[in-house]
Design a protein around this ligand. Sequence first.
Ligand code: ADP
Length: 196
Amino acid sequence: MLNIVLFGPPGAGKGTQSEKLINKYKLTHISTGDLFRKHLGEGTELGKLAQKYMDDGYLVPDEVVIGMVDDKIKETTDANGFIFDGFPRTVNQAEALDKLMNGKGTPISGMIALEVPFDELKKRLLERGKISGRADDQSEEKINNRIKVYQSETIPVSEFYKKQGKFTAVNGVGSIDDIFGKICGVIDGLQVQNNS
Ligand code: ADP
């Protein structure tokens, strides 16, 4: 099984690259942001709970996120592997994910971190806000808050995978296809390692 954590700040291009990766490698996409937005759209209790955190750019509490991911993994029985997008976002979530995946005998293969300078991120998120209608993309204040939360709570997740020798950085500035090519290069290397 190929289980990839696609990591990076808000606006790094994780969603765009995930779409291409799931097609190429036949993986199941688990985007916690998308899952929350689906709950929000359907007006579920979970959606209502998540909304107040999401709108202002704060993280939804770990136990809520972990429970939702656990359910999603359990209901997927025919996967070649998973792409985790926007998860884990805290060290606590990373530890929980390791426990889940190791327990299934299908550990995380590697983390790929998309690196994009903060000025570029802000520009991309404000642009996205014009078309997506996402509340958290609408103001510079909300965007700055998400970047701040990313720096304080999410960056330590990359250290967690570095310690396990599972971290690779990829430059997230350039054309979508060039970046995709670089990510595929990393994944193909992981598969060679797994099979040898
Ligand atoms: P972004 O474009 O900021 O990467 P996402 O679509 O991944 O956006 O997530 C949107 C919001 O959903 C986050 O700002 C946060 O409030 C919530 N969220 C998504 N994933 C997580 C997570 N793993 N832990 C906590 N909150 C999350």
